[in-house]
Design a protein around this ligand. Structure first.
Ligand code: BEZ
Length: 290
């Protein structure tokens, strides 16, 4: 039976690049986890994906989320391949190695259990390979989201982070995240939430006027986001490596120039762009849907 959203993800044991893994023990009772399958070791797209996952590991850790990868090659092959990935440059400047486990599902037991096999992609023996699946599992071991891509399309791991952000935020507050949402942007009040409850839990919200006259498109600020007063040392490189960082760069650049010219206040005051907030863990509002 394929796993559906909301199902409990079953426990399993499997050899891996870091030795035998017992899934429930490895993840523990308080962590989320993502399980990412890929077709095969020593292949180009998979190498870029696993390197990128290593680079983004601190961002998953910040979200209390463990990372596991999986393919149908053996653990020795994984360990040799990791040396290539480490040297490929995809792990980024601050991460030296793929430290999360790569599961060695040689018998394809997990791939079958989790519905990860792609009948279109076969190895040299004609056996089906795993596709690019992602399972996002919460701290109660419930499957919360999945994606399934073919071997020829590498995944966007910023999107996986974004989905984890959305799931964790919407577990805590009566909100849903709109198209292309990222942390710090406006969120939708869920349809089942009365105005009075939204006002108390979320504060002021706006109602978008639509021709039907129905007041269903209610927007509030992201209730799990805080604007930092100071950028802490060591955070800068991490922030600049994210999509948020890319958006921050013009403002930071202006700040540096302004400091250099000694005209900090007038230069910054003339900026039309607001300071972008950075990541914080969602604040518990007392409102919990689960
Ligand atoms: C790759 O990871 O590059 C790949 C693997 C299998 C089929 C196509 C591409």
């Amino acid at each position: 039976m394929p796993l559906n959203l909301g199902d409990t993800v079953p426990d399993f044991s499997c050899d891996s690049s870091v030795g035998q893994i017992h899934y429930y023990d490895h993840v523990g009772d308080e962590h989320w986890s993502i399980l990412c399958s890929h077709p095969s070791d020593f292949t180009p797209v998979c190498s870029t994906e696993l390197g990128t996952l290593a680079k983004l590991l601190p961002q998953f850790e910040r979200r209390n989320c463990k990372v596991l990868a999986l393919s149908c090659d053996n653990a020795e092959s994984h360990r040799k391949w990791i040396k290539d990935i480490d040297a490929s440059g995809y792990c980024g400047k601050t991460t030296s190695t793929v430290s999360y486990p790569i599961l060695a599902d040689e018998e394809r037991a997990l791939a079958v259990k989790f519905g990860m096999l792609d009948p279109e992609e076969k190895d040299e023996k004609g056996q089906p390979l795993t596709c690019r699946a992602v399972f996002i599992v919460d701290d109660h071991k419930k499957l919360r989201a999945t994606i399934l891509y073919p071997a020829t399309t590498g995944r966007n791991f910023y999107e996986i982070l974004r989905v984890v952000d959305s799931l964790q935020l919407t577990d805590e507050y009566p909100v849903a995240t709109p198209a292309n949402w990222e942390r710090g942007e406006k969120v939708c009040v869920t349809p089942s939430t009365p105005d009075e409850v939204a006002q108390v839990v979320l504060g002021d919200f706006s109602v978008v006027k639509v021709p039907s006259g129905k007041k269903y498109l209610r927007l509030s600020k992201d209730p799990g986001y805080k604007t930092p007063k100071v950028l802490k040392r060591g955070m800068v490189e991490t922030i600049l490596g994210t999509e948020y960082g890319a958006k921050l760069l013009p403002t930071l650049g202006r700040l540096v120039v302004a400091f250099a010219l000694g005209g900090f206040s007038s230069s910054f005051a003339s900026s039309k762009k607001k300071e972008k907030p950075v990541l914080t863990t969602p604040q518990t509002s007392g409102w919990k849907k689960r």
